[in-house]
Each structure stands twice: as C-alpha cells, then as structure tokens.
Design a protein around this ligand. Structure first.
Ligand code: 5AD
Length: 430
C-alpha cells in the first residue's frame, strides 16, 4: 500500500507524523512523495486557528478530485479530526476515515477498513504516550524532535489544544534519555524536547530541570525545548539553561498579551508584572539568551489602551523574535462560548501590523548587535542560492547563512557574523 502523508501545524504534529511514518512502514506500507501516487492520503492536521482548519478543508476538496480517476482513500488525522469528530465525516463526504492524536495505534486497522465503511476514532486517552513504537525520521538531519509530554491541562480560554490533545501526561524520563542516546548513535547533534508546557514536565519526581541534566548526560551537543509556560519557570530551570553546557540559550516563552486584565480573561495565570519579572530573571541568569514569544491581538474585549500594553511590554522585554496572531474564536473553548468576538477584523489586522512592525525593529537591532561577534552554528541545511551556501542556527536559534565549497552539513562550526538580512544573518567561517 502506498501512502502520502502531509503534515500541518506545530512541531508536535511533525513528530507525530514521524511516528505515523514508523507505524506505516512497519505495516509494510511505502511512503510516497505525491498524492497522485498514493492508495491512501493522510493529512495530519492543525486546528489552532480557524484559518488552519479551513486550509485542511480546502485541501481535502482539492484532493478528492483524485477519486474520479484513482481508487484512493482519504484520512484526516490530528487536531481537526479530534476537534470536529464525526461532524467532519458529515461535512466532507470524500473523507473515508478520521483519527485523533491519541488513536494512531489503530491506524493499521483503519487502512484495512472496507470501502464505504467510514470510521471515526476520536477517543482521548489519558495514558497514551506512544512508547515502544518505531518512528521514521528524515535521514541526514542533525536535529531531531523528542516528545517529552503530551496534552495540556492549562485551559487558556482561547485555546483548543486541551480539547484536541487531552490531559497532560509526561513520558518516563528513562525512555526520553534512551531515545536521545539512540539519536546520538545515529549522528544527531541536536534534540528539541517537545510538549505544550514542557517545563511542567514531571515523572517519578524528575522535574524538567533534572530532565535537562539527564538528557545532557547522553552527550548530545545541543538541547532545545519548546514551549515552556511562564508560570512554571523556577530557578532550577534557569540554572539548568545557564549552566548545563548542552542546553541552548534560547527561551521561547509565549506572552499572548501584555495587559493584566486581558491575561486574566485568557486565564494565563500571570499578570503583566509577573511576566516582566520572569523575563528579567531569564535575561539576568542566562547571558546572551535569545528570548522569543507568541502574541495574540484582538482578544475579546481588548481595548486600544490594553493593546498598547502589549506593545510596551514587547519593548521592555526586548524580544528577539516572535510569532503573532489575530484572535480566532475556536468552537468549544471557554472564550468562544462566553466572550463575543468584538474586536473588528480591520482593527485586529491593524494591531497585528503594529506588532509585526515593532518586532521587526527589535529583531533588526538584536541581529545587528551580533555583527562582528563569533557564534557556534549547527549547519542543518543547504542554502537556496547556490551550491556553496549552507544554513545553520546559532545556539540562540538565529538563522545564519555561510559560504563554503566543502559540505558543512551536520557540523558545528565557529562563525563570525558579518551582516544581516531581513530574516537571516550572514556569517564567515572562523
Ligand atoms: N487564536 C489565535 N491564536 C491562537 N493561538 C492559540 N489559540 C489561538 C486562537 N484561538 C496562538 C497562541 C499560541 C500559538 C501556538 O497559537 O499564541 O501560543
């Protein structure tokens, strides 16, 4: 059976697709590069914003035209499957089966399902951690994702994730360490530890900070993690990031909004002042740290003055980069049930543009401050403009392009920054 698998959304989904690839290959399936070549098309989907969900619907409609000329099944996996459940089968007659993020062990049975029998597997499972499954990772990549926890218990009022990925559960630390050891043997230079709130990790009294030290003992040169939640940062974690040589000096800490009242309605669990204090401690304790964030503009009831608090906080924290979103009501969340989506679309757009403009200015300054300094870069890709170009990341997660007529792929090299572009820095060997 030939399977085409397409992935949308966050790194958790990318990692889940590696598991799906492993399950499929174990079943004797072959992964193919185009939907036209497939017997089964699987979309691993994202529902964090309405736009992401609509993209999937559009893609299904487009792919379903293949059914006119081919015998092909279409399966929807991931968060959209979980979020919409059987309604998805009603609204998209082209879809043959759906499976949520906790149902992937049943994928082999779904693939064998009889024509016309449409199945929906959308039960959340409080214990599923996908231990002991094979996975299929991209070859030659020096970086790998390692899931350390699944689900989320935070219940932020805007966020659909607790509904699609279920309750928070941490993997046994020993399994995480073993997986990293295997990756080291396969030549990996970097792992990114994944979870919705990674610093809430706890297993057998092993905290997130202790996990970082244990993973570092495997000898993996670089450790990253995403995403932490501001309220779970203790001194212990900051110490591990500052002192443990393998842990990269990069903290991606979602802010969402800079006004305390808005934060309270988002149910984020911290005030503006709390966030500023945590950011101050991070910058103080971890020299050369890169601090990045997520921001949502136009949350219900956000006034112009409250929005300006987001801009001023961005300046105070001097974020190095960020992802920025317009609020999008997600059916089933507390906010969509209780708070009218009352910031007009044009106003959300205006606020978004202001945030992007300010961040590009902060990013430009942060990049320019790197010029003339040396950084350790892990090369993970070829450049797009010419055979001698190589792309890598600094420990602070800044993208750097280097020229060399010898392959640098997978190497950790010393680079001096000589210039900046809009998104990337230019570096010279040595
Ligand atoms: N609307 C807009 N952005 C959202 N995010 C999560 N839920 C929503 C929503 N309903 C953003 C948050 C989160 C990131 C992954 O997506 O900023 O950190």
């Amino acid at each position: 059976m030939k399977v085409f698998l397409e992935t949308y959304g966050c790194q958790m989904n990318v990692r889940d697709s590696e598991l799906l690839g492993g399950i499929l290959r174990q079943e004797g399936c072959r992964l193919v590069d185009t939907p036209e070549a497939a017997d089964v098309i699987l979309l691993n989907t994202c529902s964090v914003r309405e736009h992401a969900e609509q993209r999937v619907m559009g893609r299904v409609r487009q792919l379903s035209s293949l059914k006119k000329t081919h015998t092909v099944k279409i399966g929807i996996l991931g968060c959209v499957a979980q979020h919409l459940g059987e309604n998805l089968l009603d609204s998209l007659p082209e879809v043959d089966f759906i499976a949520g993020p906790d149902s992937y062990r049943s994928l082999p049975e779904l693939l064998c399902s009889v024509d016309g029998e449409r199945t929906a597997l959308c039960r959340l499972d409080k214990t599923e951690l996908y231990e002991g499954l094979p996975s299929y990772r991209p070859e030659n990549s020096p970086s790998a994702f390692v899931t350390i926890m699944r689900g989320c218990d935070r219940m932020c009022t805007f966020c659909v994730v607790p509904l699609t990925r279920g309750r928070e559960r941490s993997r046994p630390w020993q399994n995480i360490v073993d997986e990293t050891k295997q990756l080291v043997q396969q030549g990996a230079k970097e792992v990114t530890l994944l979870g919705q709130t990674v610093n809430a990790y706890r297993n057998d009294d092993v905290s997130f900070a202790q996990l970082l030290w244990k993973v570092a003992e495997t000898g993996i040169p670089r450790i990253r993690f995403t995403s932490p939640h501001p309220i779970y940062f203790q001194d212990e974690e900051l110490e591990a990031i500052a002192e443990c040589p393998g842990v990269c000096e990069w903290v991606h800490m979602p802010l969402q909004a800079g006004n305390t009242e808005v934060l309270a309605r988002m149910r984020r669990g911290y005030s503006r002042e709390d966030y500023l204090e945590i950011a101050r401690r991070i910058r103080e304790r971890i020299p050369r740290v890169t601090l990045t964030t997520d921001i949502v503009v136009g949350f219900p009831g956000e006034t112009e003055v409250q929005f300006e608090d987001t801009l001023s906080l961005m300046k105070e924290c001097d974020f190095d980069a960020g992802y920025h979103f317009k609020y999008s009501p997600r059916p089933g969340t507390y906010a969509s049930r209780h708070f009218p989506d009352d910031v007009p679309q044009e106003e959300k757009q205006r606020r978004l543009e202001q945030v992007i403009l300010l961040q590009s200015e902060l990013t430009r300054r942060s990049n320019e401050a790197m010029i003339g300094h040396s950084f350790e870069i892990l090369i993970h890709d070829r450049g797009k403009r010419g055979p001698d170009q190589w792309v890598g990341r600094s420990r602070g997660n800044k993208m750097v392009v280097v020229e060399s007529n010898k392959s640098l792929l997978g190497n950790i090299i010393g680079v001096t920054i000589v210039g900046t572009g809009r998104w990337t820095l230019r570096g010279q060997l040595g």
